[in-house]
Write a protein that binds this ligand. Structure first.
Ligand code: HEC
Length: 116
């Protein structure tokens, strides 16, 4: 198939276009309330504690290439952390937090397996 918008572009440019498109197709948790997730992450000082472990702004604790390598595992880990902290959040709140971490840090592709 010949793509009109790619006409005249070098292979490198065409590759960059494909990459840009791939990056926009991210996995999305169903019915996730991102604003709620941002508020919960802020209110519960997730990064304040992560800073103590990894320094910086704390976000390097989120390692997409580490053990958490799919959306199901991410949501599971968020749920674990929350249980340990005795926060007692609702399942939709856990999903909202996982969705914000997915959008800002993990960025798993759309075809990743769903939460288990
Ligand atoms: C009391 C300290 C503390 C607080 C508060 C805390 N965490 Fe963590 N979190 C940790 C530690 C320590 C690790 C690293 C554990 C490890 O190395 O496996 C971690 C790891 C994680 C990971 C896995 C990172 C990865 O890719 O391996 C996620 C996701 C996470 N935390 C989410 C959260 C969220 C969301 C909150 C706020 C609701 C939160 N944490 C609050 C201590 C904390």
């Amino acid at each position: 198939m010949k793509l009109p918008f790619a006409a005249g572009l070098s292979p490198a440019h065409a590759g960059a276009l494909v990459l840009a498109q791939a990056q926009t197709a991210l996995y999305q948790y169903a019915d996730a309330d991102l604003a709620l997730g941002e508020k919960l992450i802020h209110d519960n000082r997730c990064s304040a504690c992560h800073v103590r472990t990894v320094g910086g702004d704390g976000t390097s604790i989120y390692r997409p290439q580490g053990r958490i390598d799919n959306p199901g595992a991410l949501r599971g880990r968020v749920g674990c952390c929350i249980t340990e902290l005795n926060l007692g959040l609702f399942p939709e709140e856990v999903t909202a937090i996982a969705a914000v971490l997915q959008r800002d840090h993990y960025r798993f592709p759309a075809q990743s397996n769903a939460p288990r």
